[in-house]
Design a protein around this ligand. Structure first.
Ligand SMILES: [Zn+2]
Length: 395
C-alpha cells in the first residue's frame, strides 16, 4: 500500500502505469500517460527590452528538432547578457513575450552564480511540443519548447533546468545522492519536490524519481521558486519520513549549493546539517524504500516508472547481497503485476547473466501477464535457452 502525500496533490489523480483489467478479466497493457506539461513558476524582477538581431543559420545537433535556422534575441540582464535562439523572431516582439524573456534572463543570470564551470548564456526555444525543457551539458545549454513560454509557471521550468546545469558542474558526494535518491523512491517521498506539487492543476508529476540528477533539479527548483512549500512545516498531510527528506534536501542546497542563501521568508532548519540527517537513514530504511517503490507504477512522459528504477537498483544489489537476491526472486512472482513486470524488465535489460536469473525467466514463462510472457520468450530466445512454450487458454 502506498501512502499518498496529501489529499490535494496530483498523486491523488493518477496511477498512470497501473494495470487495468478488461471485462473478461484479462490484464491488458496500460497506455502511456498523457504528454505532460512540465514545471511551474513565480515572477522575478522586470528587466530591459531585448535586441532582436538578424537571422543566422546553424545546425542543431539533435536532428529530432530539425532546426536549421533561428534568430538571436539578446537580452541584457543585470548579471550579464543572455541570448535566446528562436525559430521565428517575429513571434517575440510583443511586450508580453519580451517581458517573459527578460524575466527568464534575470533568473538565469541570478542562478548562474551557482554554476561551477561554464555559465548558461543561451537558451534555445524550439517550436515543438515534443519536449518541454532540457539541459545538455557542454552542448546547447538550455532548450525549451516555445509552448512553455505561454505558461504562467514557465520560470519554474527554467529553475529546474538551471538545477541540472548546477548539478552537472558541482562537486558532489555521489554516495549521498544515491542514498537520498533511493530513500526518495519509497512511499512516494519524491512527491515532496515533484513539480506538480506546486502546480496542482497541471496534473504533471515531474520526474524526480528518474535519477539523482532529476531529484536534485526538482529539489533545486522547489528551493528557489517554492521554498515555503518545500519545507512544508505546516502541512499536516506530509508524512514524517517525507519531511525528513525535504529537510535533508533543503539543508544540502542551502549549505553546499547556494552558499547559505534563503529564497523564502524563513529558514526553519537553521541548526540542521544535511549530512548528519542523512546518517539517520538506515540500510533497513533503504531496503524498505526499494521494496515499496517496486509497487509504484507512477511514470513520466518517457514511460520511466518508479517501479523500474527500483527494480534496476534491486537487480544490481542482488548480485552482491543475499537479502536483495531473495527479494528479487520473490518480487518476480509477487501478486502485484507492476512489481513482476519491473523485475523481469530489469533482468532482461541487464547484460549480466547467470543461471539463477535464467531460472527466474523460465519460471516467468508461466506468468498470467501476457506482456511478461512475451518479454521472457524474446529474452530466452536471445539467450539461446531452450524452452517449451506453455499453453495458455485465450479468452
Ligand atoms: Zn529534469
Amino acid at each position: 500500500m502506498i501512502n499518498p502525500i496529501n489529499n490535494n496533490n496530483a498523486f491523488a489523480v493518477a496511477s498512470p502505469g497501473a494495470p487495468k483489467t478488461d471485462v473478461k478479466g484479462k490484464e491488458r497493457a496500460v497506455p502511456p500517460p498523457p504528454m505532460p506539461p512540465e514545471i511551474p513558476p513565480e515572477q522575478p524582477p522586470m528587466p530591459p527590452e531585448p535586441d532582436i538581431k538578424g537571422e543566422c543559420t546553424q545546425s542543431y545537433p539533435l536532428s529530432v528538432y530539425d532546426i536549421k535556422k533561428y534568430q538571436e534575441i539578446v537580452n541584457k540582464a543585470e548579471g550579464g547578457s543572455i541570448t535566446f535562439l528562436v525559430e521565428n523572431g517575429g513571434l517575440y516582439t510583443s511586450t508580453a513575450f519580451r517581458d517573459k524573456l527578460s524575466k527568464i534572463a534575470e533568473l538565469v543570470s541570478q542562478l548562474n552564480a551557482y554554476v561551477h564551470d561554464k555559465p548558461v548564456l543561451r537558451i534555445r526555444i524550439v517550436d515543438t511540443l515534443g519536449h518541454r525543457g532540457e539541459f545538455t551539458p557542454g552542448g546547447e545549454g538550455i532548450v525549451i519548447s516555445s509552448s512553455v513560454l505561454n505558461e504562467e509557471d514557465c520560470l519554474y521550468t527554467i529553475a529546474h533546468e538551471m538545477g541540472h546545469a548546477i548539478y552537472c558542474s558541482m562537486p558532489k558526494d555521489k554516495e549521498f545522492w544515491q542514498k537520498i535518491y533511493l530513500y526518495s523512491l519509497g512511499n512516494r517521498r519524491y512527491g515532496l519536490v515533484t513539480d506538480s506539487r506546486f502546480t496542482l492543476n497541471s496534473g504533471y508529476y515531474g520526474h524526480p524519481f528518474r535519477n539523482p540528477a532529476e531529484l536534485f533539479a526538482s529539489s533545486f527548483a522547489a528551493y528557489v521558486m517554492r521554498p515555503n512549500e518545500m519545507i512544508c512545516t505546516d502541512d499536516p498531510g506530509i508524512l514524517n519520513d517525507s519531511r525528513l527528506m525535504g529537510k535533508i534536501l533543503f539543508c544540502y542546497i542551502r549549505d553546499k549549493v547556494v552558499e547559505g542563501k534563503i529564497f523564502g521568508a524563513e529558514d526553519p532548519f537553521k541548526s540542521c546539517d544535511a549530512e548528519k540527517l542523512i546518517n539517520s537513514i538506515t540500510e533497513e530504511d533503504i531496503y524498505g524504500s526499494i521494496q515499496s517503490a517496486l509497487h509504484d507504477s507512477t511514470c513520466d512522459f518517457r514511460n520511466t516508472s518508479v517501479s523500474e528504477m527500483a527494480a534496476n537498483e534491486l537487480f544490481s544489489r542482488a548480485r552482491k547481497n543475499e537479502r536483495y537476491s531473495k527479494l528479487l526472486a520473490a518480487s518476480a512472482f509477487d501478486k502485484d503485476p507492476v512489481m513482476r513486470r519491473a523485475v523481469i524488465v530489469a533482468i532482461c535489460r541487464s547484460s549480466l547473466r547467470d543461471a539463477k536469473m535464467d531460472q527466474i525467466l523460465l519460471s516467468a514463462l508461466h506468468d498470467s501477464d501476457p506482456y511478461i510472457r512475451a518479454l521472457v520468450e524474446g529474452e530466452l530466445l536471445k539467450r539461446k535457452i531452450n524452452f517449451q512454450k506453455p499453453a495458455f487458454q485465450e479468452f
